[in-house]
Structures are given as C-alpha cells and as structure tokens.
Design a protein around this ligand. Sequence first.
Ligand SMILES: [Zn+2]
Length: 271
Amino acid sequence: MLFGSRQELKHAIDTHNIKDDRDIKYLRNENGRVKAICKNSMCKWFIYANRLSGEVGLQIRKWNLDHTCIHVYDNKTLSLSWLAKYYAKKFRNSLTYKASDFIKEMGLKLGQHMSKWMAWRAKVVALKSIYGNEDTQHKQIWNFCTEVVETNPATKYFVKTIFNEEGQPVFQRWYLCWTGCRSGFSDGCRKLIGVDGFHLKNNYGGQLLDAIAIDPNNNIFPITYVVVEVENKQSYEWFLNHLADDVGIKSRIVEEELEHYAWTFISDKQK
Ligand SMILES: [Zn+2]
C-alpha cells in the first residue's frame, strides 16, 4: 500500500486504531521511515513503512495488525491534530459540514464520544489550515504573475486593487490571458466568444468569469479567465474591455463596418 506522504500514512494508521479503540505510538519519525507500535508493551501490533529511493510516497513493508491488548477508553491517539485533519477533509467535501455533524459522525462511524468544545476546537484548527493557505496565496499574487510572464512571455495579466479604510490595497479583480490561449484563439478559432461565471467556494467568495471559443474541431477552447468580486455590469465591462484589447476586437471594429458584426458573443445572461 502506497501513501503520498508521512502525514497521510500516519493519519490512516491513527484512524484505524481510533476506530479499534487502541492506543499506539511512533518510534521512527524521519521523512523516509515510519514505525508504529502498540502502547501496551505486551502487544505485538506494529506497522513499518519506508520510502524506496526514487519513490515519492511511503510504502508499508512489514506489519502485524492483530492487537492482543485490551481496548482503551481514553485513547491518546484521538488528538486535536487528528480531529482537525479529519474535520478539514470532511469540510473540503462539503462547506456546510458543521461541528454538530462532526460529533454525530464520530459517534456513528468511529464509536467515539466527543464534546462540543473539542469539536469546536478541531473546527477552528481545521479552518485555519484551509483558509490560512488562501491568505498566503493572495499575498503572493504579484510574485505569481511575474513568474507567469517570465516563463510565458506575452502572457497578459491585470490585477485590480481597492483601498480599505486603513489605506491598504486590497485585492479586487484579476485577469489572465496565456500567450498560447490568445494565439490559439486568434489563429484557429471562429469569431465566437462564450462568457460565463461561477461562484468560487472559498473564504473570500468572489466569482470566476471565463471566455471560451470553439476550435476547428468543434471543441471548446479556453481564451481567458478573471476573478472578480461579483458578477455584475461593472465587472463584466472590466473583463470584456481587457479581453477586447487582448484579442484585437476593437481595432477590427474601426477598420470596416462589416468587421463590427463579425463577432458573436454568447452569455447565459442573454434572454
Ligand atoms: Zn495492542
């Protein structure tokens, strides 16, 4: 059995033993090796996993999964960090997952009683692990854009910020059109652009708007996408003005009247 990381393996081992009411401990905790034994010194239960050279994940090599000890009722393996990881996994699958659902599921699936206080603490740690990453990612948007242009010259991006009450710039919108998408659209697609929007499921909300075309094989071809605060007239104007500049729609309009009518836009807002 192969596990992607040491954390993933340990979470699986812990979950198995929490379900079984057994308390275990880890002996080897280096990156490349994990060994867990039962806390009861008379019990022969153990798992040993390591990483072979050249492999990314860890593989279980030796094991004895038969506990000869008695069940424990104050299981130390059921730690706050395990609970937070479990909650985070459930929450990523369903954003409406509540602490009360968590308590219920722990009782039904794992046979573990958990207090409201413990469930709430696990939820706080889990949400921090999820949304804390988003905070960091938003702060790195300028670095990301610089890296994109360095590796994909002529890729176009725009970041729009607004100022908060403290006078600090706050992210509002982001536009990105990859060089390959722009040239692929200009060289091989029809003058037809479909635009649509989707809600982003994260701590900050917002919406993703995208523009797609149809390639010569009648397949959908992505042109560009933006992140905006909300899907409305102002955000669409901002998006479509950048898109028009990018793919050269404006310059063609003034050349001759026929060109003006050569473009077709499709949107779910059209009735
Ligand atoms: Zn045991």
